[in-house]
Design a binder for this molecule. Structure first.
Ligand SMILES: Cc1ncc(COP(=O)(O)O)c(C=O)c1O
Length: 392
């Protein structure tokens, strides 16, 4: 199989697997236990927290382990917005149209709870506009959530500039406008430093950078107004109740350490592969277009619109040839639901429904790109034949 869906998930790094193994076996204690086995587990969690903090330029006390980015994002948005409103700071939040559904749906839930919500758009490359963000800010704005890099087209957002803008637009009443970023797609490709980014909260999912599934990270800057979402025991410094996933946490830290080193060299290598894939597709397949920018974006993501086909049919045809990719659209029998990201970028619906995301990883090889370039035209022809014969 040729796996080109690394933005969906990545294989477990061997360092993570090795680090986890003892905690799936004899080191099985509950960190809350006061005896040696419990203290051993607590120490492992503490060490993992320190390692993650070091990777992100944060303090250990600012790192909360969660079940994944979906939980981290929900916790950040709901937990901060609730605490800020309770403190009388305001009730307006801003997010962008190209966020993952974890952020968009959490923001929608806050709106249902009576918060005011503004969703800003993006340009054709998938970049949000600082001007539009600036215009959306009101005296009652308390929280902005914009992703660091988009998972469908790879566009990198100007988070540090957004942080500067928010500092400059501090509300007259005196409260800061807090900034959360969904940085899920960035580790392994970009250095992530919370001070350089200037964020108050940041979310990560371990399985996107070679860690285990079901484990995530929430960075929460010291003294950020916050109310926990999960209530119960006092774990995670009273910010996230529930017995810790010790093996997952240990594997997360090992994976992040490994992913965070050598990002520049890894990015250079994968960018060359992606560019070769892109140029090969553009040369070999008629009626194709690249969605999004190819400059300020993650090196491994290539989103391509194939005219005259429906993306799920192409995903299936590629799957038959042993190639795993994602479609940018979900198609049910009677309705097409094109990607909300491509729609926000202004991609015409006909193009959006035929769009495919190739996401390369650090294990992707030259030989795999050669094989995809050789097999793809056949899969495209099959999907186009199917589309031409499909009932309207
Ligand atoms: C940008 C982004 N944010 C959030 C998530 C949610 O991550 P998880 O499903 O691991 O909670 C994903 C996963 O696809 C993602 O790509």
């Amino acid at each position: 199989m040729i796996y080109l869906d690394h933005a969906a998930t990545t294989p477990l790094r061997s360092v993570a697997r090795e680090a986890m193994e003892p905690f799936l076996g004899h080191r099985f204690g509950n960190p809350s236990g006061l005896y040696a086995l419990g203290r051993d587990a607590q120490q492992a969690v503490d060490e993992a927290r320190a390692a993650v903090a070091a990777c992100l330029g944060a303090r250990s006390s600012e790192i909360i382990f969660t079940s994944g980015a979906t939980e981290s994002i929900n916790t950040a948005l709901v937990g901060i917005a609730y605490a800020m409103r309770r403190a009388g700071a305001g009730d307006h939040i801003i997010t962008s149209a190209i966020e993952h559904h974890a952020a968009l749906h959490a923001a929608g839930f806050l709106e249902e709870l009576g918060f005011q919500l503004t969703v800003i758009g993006c340009d054709a490359s998938g970049a949000v506009s600082l001007d539009e963000l600036g215009r959306a800010i009101r005296p009652e704005t308390i929280l902005v959530s914009v992703m660091l890099a988009n998972n469908e087209v790879g566009t990198i957002q100007p988070i540090a500039d957004i942080a500067d803008l928010l500092r400059a637009r501090r509300a007259p009443a005196g409260h800061r406008i807090l900034l959360h970023t969904d940085a899920v797609q960035a580790p392994a490709w970009l250095p992530i430093d919370v001070e350089t980014l200037g964020v108050d909260a940041l979310s990560l999912s371990a399985h996107k950078f070679g860690g285990p599934k079901g484990t995530g990270i929430l960075y929460l800057r010291r003294a950020t107004p916050f109310h926990p979402l999960l209530l119960g025991g006092g774990q995670e410094m009273h910010k996230r109740a529930g017995t810790e996933n010790v093996a997952g946490i240990v594997g997360t830290a090992a994976a992040l350490q490994s992913a965070s080193s050598g990002t520049a060299e890894r990015s250079r290598r994968v960018l060359q592969l992606r560019n070769r894939l892109r140029d090969g597709i553009l040369a070999a397949v008629p009626d194709v277009q690249v969605n999004g920018c190819q400059q300020n974006c993650l090196p491994g993501i290539l989103n391509i619109a194939f005219g005259g086909l429906e993306s799920d049919a192409l995903v299936a045809a590629l799957d038959e040839l042993g190639i795993a990719v994602s479609s940018g659209s979900a198609c049910s029998s009677s309705t097409w639901e094109p990607s909300h990201v491509l729609m926000a970028m202004g991609v015409p619906i006909r193009r959006a429904v035929g769009s495919i995301r190739f996401s390369l990883g650090e294990t992707t090889t030259d030989a795999e790109i050669d094989a995809v370039l050789q097999l793809l035209p056949r899969a495209v022809e099959a999907a186009r034949r199917q589309f031409a014969g499909a009932p309207t």
